[in-house]
Ligand binder design. Structure first.
Ligand SMILES: [Zn+2]
Ligand SMILES: [Zn+2]
Ligand SMILES: [Zn+2]
Length: 315
């Protein structure tokens, strides 16, 4: 079962590439499109995680090729060769390098969902000690904006004009060039320093949902199942596989929808709906972070998918 489902996922992605190639092979002019590129899938603290003595990370400390970058998506426009970055992760340098090497893409702007370390601390690499960017557009909600304005080292980025703040409004649609727009919406999360948002990315042909962090589906006034019906891809918070994952820690103080809970909630959906779901934002302890694990096979065998770095989703 495990082997079958992994090759099925591989087929889906070969399929996307094949479609692009075949239209070229037929000599048709393929319209330059916008696509989502997955740049990272790990929870805020990355993979491997500092000081983790367990097998989950020891195998990666011994074999760094197995490492995973912190969660981030690029919205890449082939026509302009520009991309917008969703989340400024601590792995931003390598993530930007990938966009440059693979796509010769320049960075057009950055969106940040909330003030937890995996989602905004990459901003520090735009500052004076680093890339020293000039007025790079930075899109944030009002509380997140206040947090950046009131705290070092972030306020220096604004004072030195490394970034230019653009305020986001809950549910407002913002065009990103001529063919794609983005809509952000508040989600319930431990909002100590900022509000937390999810994203809807609306392309000319496809729409994607990206919710990297949310407390629990039932704590949200919006019905996730109806939302999935409205989109083509749904990248959903899958921090923990189940409630047994962090022995010795009170998991109710760090709520997330467990993968086991999400799978139960979505179990009755037709396969067409399930296949839209890509689990992302994986903690180092979540067995889904290892593509070869039994749990990865189980999730894919049940018709769901797991986001992996470098996956491409045409919009
Ligand atoms: Zn996070
Ligand atoms: Zn670990
Ligand atoms: Zn968070």
């Amino acid at each position: 079962m495990k082997r079958f489902s992994i090759s099925l996922a591989a087929l889906i992605f070969t399929g996307i590439n094949f479609m692009a190639l075949s239209s070229n092979a037929q000599g048709q002019i393929r319209e330059k499109q916008t696509e989502i590129v997955v740049l990272g899938i790990a929870q805020d603290a990355g993979y491997p995680q500092l000081n983790c003595k367990k097998e989950c990370c020891q195998r990666v400390f011994k074999n760094p090729a197995l490492a995973e970058k912190v969660v981030s998506l690029a919205i890449y426009n082939q026509k302009t060769q520009q991309y917008f970055l969703l989340e400024a992760s601590p792995d931003i340098s390598a993530q930007h390098q990938y966009m440059q090497e693979k796509y010769a893409a320049t960075l057009a702007g950055v969106f940040v969902s909330h003030a937890h370390i995996g989602h905004y601390t990459g901003l520090m690499y735009f500052g004076k000690e680093a890339a020293n960017t000039n007025l790079l557009p930075l899109y944030v909600m009002p509380r997140m904006q206040d947090f950046l304005l009131q705290n070092a080292p972030w306020e220096a980025l604004i004072k030195n004009k490394n970034v230019e703040l653009h305020a986001l409004t809950n549910h407002a649609k913002l065009p990103l060039g001529d063919s794609v727009s983005i809509q952000v919406f508040k989600v319930p999360h431990r909002d100590e320093y900022s509000e937390t948002i999810g994203y809807r990315i609306i392309g000319p042909n496809k729409t994607a949902l990206f919710i990297p962090d949310i407390d629990k589906w039932e704590r949200w006034e919006i019905d996730i199942i109806s939302l999935i019906k409205e989109v083509d891809y749904a990248f959903l918070d899958a921090t923990f596989f189940d409630g047994k994952e962090l022995p010795g820690r009170d998991m109710s103080s760090i709520p997330h929808p467990f993968v086991a809970e999400s799978m139960a909630l979505f179990a009755h959906l037709p396969q067409g709906e399930k296949s839209k779901i890509f689990f992302i934002h994986l903690n180092h302890t979540n067995p889904l972070i290892n593509p070869q694990s039994q749990a990865s096979g189980q999730v894919e065998g049940a018709g769901f998918s797991i986001a992996r770095e470098k996956m491409i989703f045409p919009l």
